[in-house]
Design a protein around this ligand. Structure first.
Ligand SMILES: Nc1ncnc2c1ncn2[C@@H]1O[C@H](COP(=O)(O)OP(=O)(O)OP(=O)(O)O)[C@@H](O)[C@H]1O
Length: 538
Protein backbone atom coordinates (compact mmCIF):
# COMPACT_ATOMS: atom_id res chain seq x y z
CA UNK A 1 0.00 0.00 0.00
CA UNK A 2 1.08 3.56 -0.63
CA UNK A 3 0.02 4.72 2.83
CA UNK A 4 0.23 8.38 3.63
CA UNK A 5 3.90 8.75 2.87
CA UNK A 6 4.89 11.40 0.42
CA UNK A 7 5.42 10.06 -3.12
CA UNK A 8 8.01 11.68 -5.31
CA UNK A 9 9.10 10.91 -8.88
CA UNK A 10 10.30 12.42 -12.10
CA UNK A 11 7.91 12.31 -15.05
CA UNK A 12 7.92 13.95 -18.45
CA UNK A 13 5.11 15.70 -20.27
CA UNK A 14 2.74 13.36 -22.08
CA UNK A 15 2.69 15.28 -25.35
CA UNK A 16 6.39 15.38 -26.25
CA UNK A 17 8.20 13.52 -23.46
CA UNK A 18 10.81 16.30 -23.46
CA UNK A 19 9.80 18.52 -20.53
CA UNK A 20 10.86 17.05 -17.20
CA UNK A 21 8.88 17.49 -14.02
CA UNK A 22 9.51 16.66 -10.41
CA UNK A 23 6.13 15.47 -9.12
CA UNK A 24 5.34 15.13 -5.42
CA UNK A 25 2.17 13.76 -3.92
CA UNK A 26 1.44 14.81 -0.35
CA UNK A 27 -1.78 14.15 1.52
CA UNK A 28 -2.94 17.64 0.52
CA UNK A 29 -1.82 18.24 -3.05
CA UNK A 30 -0.07 17.10 -6.18
CA UNK A 31 2.89 19.39 -6.61
CA UNK A 32 4.53 19.73 -10.03
CA UNK A 33 7.88 21.50 -10.50
CA UNK A 34 9.55 21.89 -13.84
CA UNK A 35 13.15 20.70 -13.99
CA UNK A 36 15.60 22.76 -16.03
CA UNK A 37 14.67 25.24 -18.77
CA UNK A 38 12.81 28.40 -17.89
CA UNK A 39 11.12 28.14 -14.48
CA UNK A 40 7.45 28.78 -13.88
CA UNK A 41 7.17 32.13 -12.13
CA UNK A 42 4.42 33.54 -10.06
CA UNK A 43 4.52 36.81 -8.16
CA UNK A 44 8.27 37.01 -8.75
CA UNK A 45 9.04 33.59 -7.21
CA UNK A 46 9.80 30.32 -8.86
CA UNK A 47 7.06 28.02 -7.77
CA UNK A 48 5.76 24.54 -8.06
CA UNK A 49 2.27 24.14 -9.43
CA UNK A 50 0.20 22.97 -6.49
CA UNK A 51 -2.92 21.07 -7.42
CA UNK A 52 -5.22 20.70 -4.43
CA UNK A 53 -6.53 17.16 -4.05
CA UNK A 54 -9.86 18.59 -2.90
CA UNK A 55 -10.38 19.61 -6.54
CA UNK A 56 -9.44 16.22 -7.97
CA UNK A 57 -12.20 13.85 -9.12
CA UNK A 58 -10.06 11.03 -10.45
CA UNK A 59 -6.77 9.72 -11.76
CA UNK A 60 -6.05 6.98 -14.28
CA UNK A 61 -3.09 5.06 -15.63
CA UNK A 62 -2.91 3.61 -19.12
CA UNK A 63 -0.57 2.30 -21.81
CA UNK A 64 0.15 4.20 -24.97
CA UNK A 65 -1.90 3.29 -28.03
CA UNK A 66 1.41 2.96 -29.83
CA UNK A 67 2.57 -0.65 -29.24
CA UNK A 68 6.18 0.39 -29.70
CA UNK A 69 5.97 2.92 -26.86
CA UNK A 70 6.87 1.22 -23.58
CA UNK A 71 5.96 4.24 -21.45
CA UNK A 72 2.78 4.45 -19.36
CA UNK A 73 0.65 7.55 -18.91
CA UNK A 74 -0.83 9.08 -15.79
CA UNK A 75 -3.85 11.39 -16.12
CA UNK A 76 -5.22 13.37 -13.19
CA UNK A 77 -8.47 15.35 -13.45
CA UNK A 78 -8.96 18.51 -11.47
CA UNK A 79 -11.88 20.93 -11.31
CA UNK A 80 -10.52 23.96 -9.44
CA UNK A 81 -12.72 26.96 -8.69
CA UNK A 82 -12.64 29.73 -11.26
CA UNK A 83 -12.66 33.41 -10.45
CA UNK A 84 -14.67 35.96 -12.35
CA UNK A 85 -13.04 39.20 -13.51
CA UNK A 86 -14.15 40.79 -10.22
CA UNK A 87 -12.28 38.10 -8.29
CA UNK A 88 -15.52 36.47 -7.11
CA UNK A 89 -15.75 32.67 -7.26
CA UNK A 90 -17.52 31.56 -10.43
CA UNK A 91 -17.92 27.83 -10.84
CA UNK A 92 -15.26 25.28 -11.70
CA UNK A 93 -13.10 24.57 -14.72
CA UNK A 94 -11.69 21.30 -15.93
CA UNK A 95 -7.92 20.90 -15.88
CA UNK A 96 -6.27 17.66 -16.92
CA UNK A 97 -2.63 16.92 -16.09
CA UNK A 98 -1.04 14.13 -18.06
CA UNK A 99 2.42 12.72 -17.49
CA UNK A 100 4.59 10.16 -19.21
CA UNK A 101 5.89 7.54 -16.81
CA UNK A 102 9.09 5.84 -17.90
CA UNK A 103 11.10 3.98 -15.28
CA UNK A 104 12.83 1.70 -17.77
CA UNK A 105 12.22 -0.34 -20.91
CA UNK A 106 9.79 -2.76 -19.24
CA UNK A 107 6.30 -1.64 -20.33
CA UNK A 108 4.64 -3.62 -17.56
CA UNK A 109 6.78 -2.07 -14.83
CA UNK A 110 6.00 1.38 -16.23
CA UNK A 111 2.28 0.69 -16.14
CA UNK A 112 2.49 -0.68 -12.59
CA UNK A 113 4.29 2.45 -11.47
CA UNK A 114 1.66 4.67 -13.14
CA UNK A 115 -1.09 2.61 -11.50
CA UNK A 116 0.55 2.92 -8.11
CA UNK A 117 0.50 6.68 -8.50
CA UNK A 118 -3.08 6.74 -9.80
CA UNK A 119 -4.26 4.69 -6.80
CA UNK A 120 -2.45 6.96 -4.38
CA UNK A 121 -3.88 10.12 -5.97
CA UNK A 122 -7.41 8.70 -5.97
CA UNK A 123 -7.19 7.51 -2.40
CA UNK A 124 -5.93 10.86 -1.11
CA UNK A 125 -8.33 12.86 -3.25
CA UNK A 126 -11.25 10.88 -1.85
CA UNK A 127 -10.26 11.97 1.65
CA UNK A 128 -10.37 15.60 0.64
CA UNK A 129 -13.66 17.39 0.61
CA UNK A 130 -14.33 21.06 0.85
CA UNK A 131 -16.85 23.30 2.51
CA UNK A 132 -18.18 20.78 5.04
CA UNK A 133 -20.72 22.40 7.30
CA UNK A 134 -20.18 22.17 11.03
CA UNK A 135 -22.41 19.82 12.92
CA UNK A 136 -23.68 18.01 9.84
CA UNK A 137 -23.29 14.30 9.67
CA UNK A 138 -21.92 13.35 6.27
CA UNK A 139 -21.67 9.91 4.79
CA UNK A 140 -20.37 8.72 1.46
CA UNK A 141 -21.95 7.15 -1.57
CA UNK A 142 -21.08 3.46 -1.66
CA UNK A 143 -18.57 3.06 -4.47
CA UNK A 144 -19.06 -0.67 -5.01
CA UNK A 145 -22.58 -0.33 -6.47
CA UNK A 146 -23.85 1.45 -9.53
CA UNK A 147 -25.47 4.85 -9.67
CA UNK A 148 -28.85 5.13 -11.41
CA UNK A 149 -28.83 8.22 -13.62
CA UNK A 150 -32.32 9.32 -14.64
CA UNK A 151 -32.54 11.73 -17.56
CA UNK A 152 -35.72 13.47 -18.67
CA UNK A 153 -35.06 14.22 -22.36
CA UNK A 154 -37.94 16.72 -22.36
CA UNK A 155 -36.78 18.82 -19.43
CA UNK A 156 -35.71 22.42 -19.91
CA UNK A 157 -35.13 23.13 -23.57
CA UNK A 158 -34.83 19.42 -24.24
CA UNK A 159 -31.05 19.47 -23.84
CA UNK A 160 -30.64 17.04 -20.92
CA UNK A 161 -29.40 14.16 -23.12
CA UNK A 162 -26.69 16.27 -24.69
CA UNK A 163 -25.61 17.42 -21.22
CA UNK A 164 -25.29 13.77 -20.28
CA UNK A 165 -23.26 12.75 -23.32
CA UNK A 166 -21.11 15.86 -22.92
CA UNK A 167 -19.75 17.09 -19.58
CA UNK A 168 -21.59 14.63 -17.32
CA UNK A 169 -20.42 11.41 -18.95
CA UNK A 170 -16.93 12.83 -19.27
CA UNK A 171 -16.66 13.67 -15.55
CA UNK A 172 -18.28 10.42 -14.38
CA UNK A 173 -15.79 8.51 -16.52
CA UNK A 174 -12.86 10.48 -15.12
CA UNK A 175 -14.12 9.79 -11.60
CA UNK A 176 -14.66 6.12 -12.51
CA UNK A 177 -18.25 6.13 -11.27
CA UNK A 178 -20.12 3.08 -12.56
CA UNK A 179 -23.60 4.13 -13.57
CA UNK A 180 -26.60 3.13 -15.63
CA UNK A 181 -28.42 5.69 -17.73
CA UNK A 182 -32.21 5.51 -17.79
CA UNK A 183 -34.13 7.89 -20.03
CA UNK A 184 -37.65 8.64 -18.84
CA UNK A 185 -40.28 8.04 -21.49
CA UNK A 186 -43.31 9.73 -19.99
CA UNK A 187 -44.60 11.55 -16.97
CA UNK A 188 -44.45 9.41 -13.81
CA UNK A 189 -42.01 6.96 -15.44
CA UNK A 190 -39.35 7.78 -12.83
CA UNK A 191 -41.90 7.46 -10.05
CA UNK A 192 -42.94 3.97 -11.18
CA UNK A 193 -39.34 2.97 -11.69
CA UNK A 194 -38.12 3.84 -8.21
CA UNK A 195 -41.29 2.48 -6.64
CA UNK A 196 -40.48 -0.98 -8.04
CA UNK A 197 -36.68 -0.91 -8.23
CA UNK A 198 -34.41 -3.25 -6.30
CA UNK A 199 -32.70 -0.46 -4.39
CA UNK A 200 -30.03 -2.77 -2.98
CA UNK A 201 -28.42 -2.66 -6.43
CA UNK A 202 -27.99 1.08 -6.48
CA UNK A 203 -25.67 3.30 -4.51
CA UNK A 204 -27.51 6.48 -5.45
CA UNK A 205 -30.22 7.84 -7.71
CA UNK A 206 -29.10 10.84 -9.70
CA UNK A 207 -31.52 13.05 -11.56
CA UNK A 208 -30.31 14.95 -14.62
CA UNK A 209 -33.38 17.05 -15.18
CA UNK A 210 -35.42 19.75 -13.53
CA UNK A 211 -36.95 19.62 -10.08
CA UNK A 212 -40.09 17.90 -11.38
CA UNK A 213 -38.30 14.60 -11.88
CA UNK A 214 -36.88 14.61 -8.35
CA UNK A 215 -40.40 15.27 -7.06
CA UNK A 216 -41.45 12.07 -8.84
CA UNK A 217 -38.52 10.12 -7.40
CA UNK A 218 -39.17 11.23 -3.82
CA UNK A 219 -42.83 10.35 -4.08
CA UNK A 220 -42.00 7.02 -5.71
CA UNK A 221 -39.65 6.18 -2.82
CA UNK A 222 -42.25 7.16 -0.25
CA UNK A 223 -44.85 4.93 -1.93
CA UNK A 224 -42.79 1.81 -1.28
CA UNK A 225 -43.44 -0.68 1.48
CA UNK A 226 -39.85 -0.19 2.62
CA UNK A 227 -40.15 3.61 2.49
CA UNK A 228 -38.22 4.07 5.74
CA UNK A 229 -35.01 2.78 4.19
CA UNK A 230 -35.86 3.68 0.59
CA UNK A 231 -36.11 7.40 1.32
CA UNK A 232 -32.57 7.26 2.69
CA UNK A 233 -31.17 6.31 -0.71
CA UNK A 234 -28.68 9.06 -1.59
CA UNK A 235 -30.15 11.36 -4.24
CA UNK A 236 -28.12 13.50 -6.58
CA UNK A 237 -29.24 16.41 -8.70
CA UNK A 238 -27.71 17.63 -11.95
CA UNK A 239 -29.36 20.68 -13.51
CA UNK A 240 -31.05 19.84 -16.80
CA UNK A 241 -34.37 21.66 -16.42
CA UNK A 242 -35.40 25.25 -16.64
CA UNK A 243 -35.66 26.10 -12.95
CA UNK A 244 -33.04 23.85 -11.33
CA UNK A 245 -33.82 25.16 -7.87
CA UNK A 246 -32.31 22.28 -5.92
CA UNK A 247 -29.15 22.21 -8.04
CA UNK A 248 -28.67 25.96 -7.53
CA UNK A 249 -29.26 25.52 -3.79
CA UNK A 250 -26.84 22.61 -3.48
CA UNK A 251 -24.22 24.74 -5.22
CA UNK A 252 -25.03 27.71 -2.94
CA UNK A 253 -24.45 25.57 0.16
CA UNK A 254 -20.84 25.05 -0.95
CA UNK A 255 -20.35 28.84 -0.65
CA UNK A 256 -18.78 28.83 -4.10
CA UNK A 257 -20.44 31.99 -5.46
CA UNK A 258 -22.96 32.15 -8.25
CA UNK A 259 -22.86 29.59 -11.06
CA UNK A 260 -25.35 29.36 -13.89
CA UNK A 261 -25.90 27.00 -16.82
CA UNK A 262 -22.95 24.76 -17.56
CA UNK A 263 -20.97 26.17 -14.60
CA UNK A 264 -23.72 24.99 -12.30
CA UNK A 265 -23.76 21.60 -14.01
CA UNK A 266 -20.00 21.20 -13.52
CA UNK A 267 -20.28 22.20 -9.88
CA UNK A 268 -23.08 19.71 -9.16
CA UNK A 269 -21.37 16.95 -11.11
CA UNK A 270 -18.19 17.64 -9.14
CA UNK A 271 -20.12 17.20 -5.88
CA UNK A 272 -21.57 13.98 -7.23
CA UNK A 273 -18.08 12.66 -7.95
CA UNK A 274 -16.97 13.56 -4.42
CA UNK A 275 -19.99 11.56 -3.22
CA UNK A 276 -20.64 13.19 0.14
CA UNK A 277 -24.14 12.65 1.39
CA UNK A 278 -25.97 14.82 3.90
CA UNK A 279 -29.52 14.87 5.31
CA UNK A 280 -32.32 16.52 3.35
CA UNK A 281 -35.59 17.82 4.78
CA UNK A 282 -38.78 16.62 3.18
CA UNK A 283 -42.17 18.24 3.41
CA UNK A 284 -45.34 16.28 3.87
CA UNK A 285 -48.12 18.04 2.00
CA UNK A 286 -51.79 17.36 2.60
CA UNK A 287 -54.47 18.48 0.21
CA UNK A 288 -58.10 18.69 1.19
CA UNK A 289 -59.26 15.73 -0.87
CA UNK A 290 -56.30 14.46 -2.83
CA UNK A 291 -53.63 12.02 -1.71
CA UNK A 292 -50.73 13.03 0.48
CA UNK A 293 -47.66 14.32 -1.33
CA UNK A 294 -44.03 14.58 -0.39
CA UNK A 295 -42.07 17.59 -1.46
CA UNK A 296 -38.45 18.61 -1.15
CA UNK A 297 -38.64 22.15 -2.40
CA UNK A 298 -41.58 24.50 -2.34
CA UNK A 299 -45.22 25.26 -2.00
CA UNK A 300 -46.45 28.32 -3.88
CA UNK A 301 -49.69 30.21 -4.31
CA UNK A 302 -50.43 33.44 -6.13
CA UNK A 303 -47.88 35.27 -8.24
CA UNK A 304 -45.08 32.67 -8.13
CA UNK A 305 -47.35 29.70 -8.83
CA UNK A 306 -49.07 31.54 -11.67
CA UNK A 307 -45.74 32.48 -13.27
CA UNK A 308 -44.50 28.91 -12.98
CA UNK A 309 -47.52 27.40 -14.70
CA UNK A 310 -48.20 30.22 -17.18
CA UNK A 311 -44.58 30.26 -18.34
CA UNK A 312 -44.71 26.56 -19.35
CA UNK A 313 -45.52 27.71 -22.88
CA UNK A 314 -42.17 29.55 -23.03
CA UNK A 315 -40.23 26.39 -22.13
CA UNK A 316 -38.20 26.66 -25.36
CA UNK A 317 -36.37 29.74 -24.00
CA UNK A 318 -35.08 27.83 -20.95
CA UNK A 319 -34.59 29.73 -17.69
CA UNK A 320 -35.66 32.96 -19.44
CA UNK A 321 -39.20 31.61 -19.27
CA UNK A 322 -39.49 32.81 -15.65
CA UNK A 323 -38.44 36.35 -16.56
CA UNK A 324 -40.94 36.49 -19.41
CA UNK A 325 -43.63 35.03 -17.16
CA UNK A 326 -42.83 37.47 -14.34
CA UNK A 327 -43.07 40.50 -16.63
CA UNK A 328 -46.37 39.30 -18.12
CA UNK A 329 -47.88 38.60 -14.71
CA UNK A 330 -46.61 41.95 -13.39
CA UNK A 331 -48.48 43.65 -16.21
CA UNK A 332 -51.68 42.02 -15.04
CA UNK A 333 -50.91 41.98 -11.33
CA UNK A 334 -53.68 40.56 -9.20
CA UNK A 335 -54.30 39.70 -5.60
CA UNK A 336 -55.49 36.49 -3.99
CA UNK A 337 -57.71 36.40 -0.95
CA UNK A 338 -57.09 33.73 1.63
CA UNK A 339 -56.14 32.65 5.12
CA UNK A 340 -52.70 31.68 6.27
CA UNK A 341 -51.61 30.08 9.53
CA UNK A 342 -48.27 28.63 10.54
CA UNK A 343 -46.24 27.18 13.35
CA UNK A 344 -43.09 29.29 13.75
CA UNK A 345 -39.82 27.59 14.64
CA UNK A 346 -38.70 28.17 18.22
CA UNK A 347 -36.01 30.59 17.06
CA UNK A 348 -38.47 32.45 14.86
CA UNK A 349 -40.98 32.77 17.71
CA UNK A 350 -38.36 34.37 19.91
CA UNK A 351 -37.12 36.78 17.22
CA UNK A 352 -39.28 39.08 15.14
CA UNK A 353 -40.01 38.34 11.49
CA UNK A 354 -38.24 40.62 9.04
CA UNK A 355 -41.25 42.80 8.56
CA UNK A 356 -43.73 43.48 11.33
CA UNK A 357 -46.95 42.11 10.05
CA UNK A 358 -49.83 44.57 9.99
CA UNK A 359 -51.93 41.52 10.74
CA UNK A 360 -50.38 40.86 14.13
CA UNK A 361 -53.58 41.41 16.03
CA UNK A 362 -54.52 39.37 19.06
CA UNK A 363 -55.14 35.79 18.04
CA UNK A 364 -58.68 35.70 19.39
CA UNK A 365 -59.81 38.02 16.61
CA UNK A 366 -58.99 35.40 13.99
CA UNK A 367 -60.16 32.25 15.64
CA UNK A 368 -63.27 32.53 13.57
CA UNK A 369 -61.39 32.70 10.25
CA UNK A 370 -58.71 30.03 10.70
CA UNK A 371 -60.12 28.28 13.71
CA UNK A 372 -57.94 27.09 16.55
CA UNK A 373 -58.04 24.30 19.08
CA UNK A 374 -55.73 23.36 21.90
CA UNK A 375 -52.68 21.50 20.67
CA UNK A 376 -52.71 19.36 23.80
CA UNK A 377 -56.34 18.57 23.30
CA UNK A 378 -55.72 17.63 19.68
CA UNK A 379 -52.85 15.29 20.48
CA UNK A 380 -54.90 13.48 23.09
CA UNK A 381 -57.80 13.15 20.73
CA UNK A 382 -55.70 11.87 17.88
CA UNK A 383 -54.20 9.14 20.01
CA UNK A 384 -57.71 7.98 20.70
CA UNK A 385 -58.45 8.13 16.99
CA UNK A 386 -60.97 10.91 17.42
CA UNK A 387 -60.65 14.62 16.74
CA UNK A 388 -62.60 17.70 17.63
CA UNK A 389 -64.27 19.40 14.75
CA UNK A 390 -64.99 23.09 14.56
CA UNK A 391 -68.28 22.72 16.38
CA UNK A 392 -66.60 21.05 19.28
CA UNK A 393 -68.04 17.62 18.48
CA UNK A 394 -66.03 14.46 18.02
CA UNK A 395 -65.68 12.58 14.77
CA UNK A 396 -63.86 9.46 13.74
CA UNK A 397 -60.76 10.04 11.69
CA UNK A 398 -61.24 9.05 8.09
CA UNK A 399 -60.11 5.54 7.24
CA UNK A 400 -57.43 7.02 5.07
CA UNK A 401 -55.94 9.10 7.86
CA UNK A 402 -55.99 6.35 10.48
CA UNK A 403 -54.26 3.90 8.14
CA UNK A 404 -51.69 6.46 7.03
CA UNK A 405 -49.08 5.88 9.70
CA UNK A 406 -46.27 6.63 7.25
CA UNK A 407 -44.23 9.50 8.68
CA UNK A 408 -46.98 10.91 10.92
CA UNK A 409 -47.59 14.65 10.68
CA UNK A 410 -47.70 15.28 14.41
CA UNK A 411 -47.89 19.05 13.99
CA UNK A 412 -50.98 19.08 11.77
CA UNK A 413 -54.58 18.74 12.69
CA UNK A 414 -56.96 17.32 10.09
CA UNK A 415 -57.43 19.89 7.36
CA UNK A 416 -61.11 20.46 8.14
CA UNK A 417 -60.28 21.19 11.76
CA UNK A 418 -58.97 24.35 13.41
CA UNK A 419 -55.20 24.71 13.56
CA UNK A 420 -53.51 23.95 16.89
CA UNK A 421 -53.47 26.73 19.48
CA UNK A 422 -49.73 27.37 19.31
CA UNK A 423 -49.92 28.38 15.63
CA UNK A 424 -49.79 31.95 14.39
CA UNK A 425 -52.85 32.94 12.42
CA UNK A 426 -52.75 35.76 9.93
CA UNK A 427 -55.97 37.63 9.37
CA UNK A 428 -57.96 36.80 6.27
CA UNK A 429 -56.55 39.17 3.68
CA UNK A 430 -55.41 39.69 0.12
CA UNK A 431 -52.02 38.35 -0.81
CA UNK A 432 -49.88 38.81 -3.89
CA UNK A 433 -47.94 35.67 -3.22
CA UNK A 434 -47.34 33.01 -0.62
CA UNK A 435 -44.22 30.93 -0.98
CA UNK A 436 -42.71 28.37 1.37
CA UNK A 437 -39.37 26.84 0.44
CA UNK A 438 -37.00 24.35 1.97
CA UNK A 439 -34.00 25.63 0.05
CA UNK A 440 -32.15 28.80 -0.75
CA UNK A 441 -33.08 28.97 -4.44
CA UNK A 442 -36.32 28.83 -6.35
CA UNK A 443 -34.49 28.83 -9.67
CA UNK A 444 -30.90 29.33 -10.74
CA UNK A 445 -31.28 33.10 -10.48
CA UNK A 446 -33.77 33.44 -7.65
CA UNK A 447 -32.30 33.17 -4.17
CA UNK A 448 -35.41 33.40 -2.05
CA UNK A 449 -34.04 32.24 1.32
CA UNK A 450 -30.28 32.83 1.43
CA UNK A 451 -29.86 31.31 4.89
CA UNK A 452 -31.67 28.05 4.20
CA UNK A 453 -29.83 24.78 4.72
CA UNK A 454 -30.82 21.39 3.31
CA UNK A 455 -31.57 20.01 6.76
CA UNK A 456 -32.48 23.03 8.88
CA UNK A 457 -35.88 21.52 9.62
CA UNK A 458 -37.79 24.59 8.59
CA UNK A 459 -39.85 26.01 5.80
CA UNK A 460 -38.85 29.51 4.81
CA UNK A 461 -42.16 31.27 4.42
CA UNK A 462 -42.34 34.45 2.39
CA UNK A 463 -45.52 36.24 1.64
CA UNK A 464 -46.32 39.52 0.01
CA UNK A 465 -49.52 41.26 0.95
CA UNK A 466 -51.75 43.31 -1.32
CA UNK A 467 -50.98 46.97 -1.78
CA UNK A 468 -47.46 46.50 -3.13
CA UNK A 469 -46.88 48.50 -6.31
CA UNK A 470 -45.65 46.91 -9.51
CA UNK A 471 -42.24 48.65 -9.35
CA UNK A 472 -41.80 47.58 -5.71
CA UNK A 473 -42.63 43.97 -6.59
CA UNK A 474 -40.25 44.07 -9.53
CA UNK A 475 -37.55 45.47 -7.22
CA UNK A 476 -38.14 42.57 -4.85
CA UNK A 477 -37.67 40.02 -7.62
CA UNK A 478 -34.55 41.78 -8.88
CA UNK A 479 -33.15 41.80 -5.33
CA UNK A 480 -33.80 38.04 -5.14
CA UNK A 481 -31.09 37.53 -7.74
CA UNK A 482 -28.59 38.34 -5.00
CA UNK A 483 -30.80 37.33 -2.09
CA UNK A 484 -30.93 40.88 -0.73
CA UNK A 485 -34.73 41.25 -0.79
CA UNK A 486 -35.02 40.49 2.91
CA UNK A 487 -33.08 43.66 3.69
CA UNK A 488 -35.18 45.84 1.36
CA UNK A 489 -37.49 46.81 4.22
CA UNK A 490 -40.48 46.33 2.00
CA UNK A 491 -43.52 46.68 4.31
CA UNK A 492 -45.50 44.20 2.22
CA UNK A 493 -42.95 41.39 2.45
CA UNK A 494 -43.06 39.02 5.43
CA UNK A 495 -40.55 36.31 6.11
CA UNK A 496 -40.94 33.63 8.77
CA UNK A 497 -39.23 30.37 9.55
CA UNK A 498 -41.92 27.81 10.19
CA UNK A 499 -42.27 24.10 10.84
CA UNK A 500 -45.74 23.73 9.44
CA UNK A 501 -48.35 25.85 7.69
CA UNK A 502 -51.88 25.88 6.41
CA UNK A 503 -53.22 27.89 3.51
CA UNK A 504 -56.89 28.33 2.71
CA UNK A 505 -57.39 30.15 -0.59
CA UNK A 506 -60.68 31.96 -0.94
CA UNK A 507 -60.12 33.48 -4.39
CA UNK A 508 -61.20 31.02 -7.08
CA UNK A 509 -60.00 29.80 -9.47
CA UNK A 510 -56.30 29.75 -8.75
CA UNK A 511 -53.07 27.81 -8.92
CA UNK A 512 -51.11 26.08 -6.17
CA UNK A 513 -47.84 24.39 -6.98
CA UNK A 514 -45.78 21.91 -5.01
CA UNK A 515 -42.19 21.69 -6.24
CA UNK A 516 -43.31 23.48 -9.38
CA UNK A 517 -46.02 20.90 -10.13
CA UNK A 518 -49.62 22.06 -10.12
CA UNK A 519 -51.75 20.38 -7.46
CA UNK A 520 -55.42 20.46 -6.55
CA UNK A 521 -56.59 23.98 -5.73
CA UNK A 522 -58.02 24.37 -2.24
CA UNK A 523 -56.97 24.20 1.39
CA UNK A 524 -53.50 22.79 1.79
CA UNK A 525 -51.21 22.19 4.73
CA UNK A 526 -47.66 21.03 5.14
CA UNK A 527 -45.14 19.96 7.74
CA UNK A 528 -41.37 19.65 7.47
CA UNK A 529 -39.67 16.40 8.42
CA UNK A 530 -36.12 17.27 9.27
CA UNK A 531 -33.35 15.44 7.50
CA UNK A 532 -35.52 12.54 6.43
CA UNK A 533 -34.02 12.03 2.97
CA UNK A 534 -30.40 12.12 1.75
CA UNK A 535 -28.80 14.36 -0.82
CA UNK A 536 -25.36 14.35 -2.39
CA UNK A 537 -24.20 17.75 -1.35
CA UNK A 538 -20.68 18.87 -0.44
N1 LIG B 1 -40.05 11.59 -21.35
C1 LIG B 1 -40.87 12.48 -20.82
N2 LIG B 1 -41.79 13.09 -21.61
C2 LIG B 1 -42.61 14.02 -21.11
N3 LIG B 1 -42.63 14.41 -19.83
C3 LIG B 1 -41.75 13.85 -18.99
C4 LIG B 1 -40.83 12.86 -19.45
N4 LIG B 1 -40.05 12.48 -18.41
C5 LIG B 1 -40.50 13.19 -17.34
N5 LIG B 1 -41.50 14.01 -17.68
C6 LIG B 1 -42.22 15.01 -16.87
O1 LIG B 1 -41.76 16.32 -17.24
C7 LIG B 1 -42.05 17.23 -16.19
C8 LIG B 1 -41.02 18.34 -16.12
O2 LIG B 1 -39.80 17.78 -15.83
P1 LIG B 1 -38.62 18.53 -15.09
O3 LIG B 1 -39.08 19.21 -13.88
O4 LIG B 1 -37.56 17.55 -14.94
O5 LIG B 1 -38.17 19.64 -16.13
P2 LIG B 1 -38.43 21.19 -16.14
O6 LIG B 1 -39.86 21.46 -15.84
O7 LIG B 1 -37.87 21.70 -17.40
O8 LIG B 1 -37.49 21.74 -14.99
P3 LIG B 1 -37.80 22.63 -13.72
O9 LIG B 1 -38.73 21.80 -12.86
O10 LIG B 1 -36.46 22.84 -13.09
O11 LIG B 1 -38.41 23.87 -14.24
C9 LIG B 1 -42.16 16.40 -14.94
O12 LIG B 1 -43.46 16.53 -14.45
C10 LIG B 1 -41.94 14.95 -15.40
O13 LIG B 1 -42.85 14.09 -14.82
Amino acid sequence: MDGDAELRAEFTDAATGRLRFSVTLTDRCLSVRKIGGSPVWQHGHEHALELGLGDCVGCRACRSEDEADTAAYLSAYFYPARRSWTGAPAGRQRVEHRFRVLTGEDARANLEEAERWARAVRQRASQHVQGLRDGVEFSRVCVSRRVMVLVNPQSGRGQAMSLYTGPVLSMLTEANIPHTLITTEHQNHARELVRNADLSQWSAIVILSGDGLLFEVINGLMEREDWVTAIRTPLGILPGGSGNALAASVHHYTKAGTALGEDLLLSCCFLLCKGLVCPLDIISVRLSSGPRLFSFLSLAWGFVADVDIESEKFRHVGAMRFLVGTLLRLASLRTYQGRLAFLPTREDSSSASISSSPASHPRSLFCSSVRCISHVQRQTSTSENTCHNSNGGDFLQSENESKDDKLPDNLLSPIGDPVPRDWTIEKEQDFVLVLATCHSHLSEELMVSPDAQPDDGCLHLLYVTAGISRPALLRLFLAMEKGTHLTCECPHLMYRRVRALRLEPITKPGVITVDGEQVEYGPIQAQVHKGYARIICG
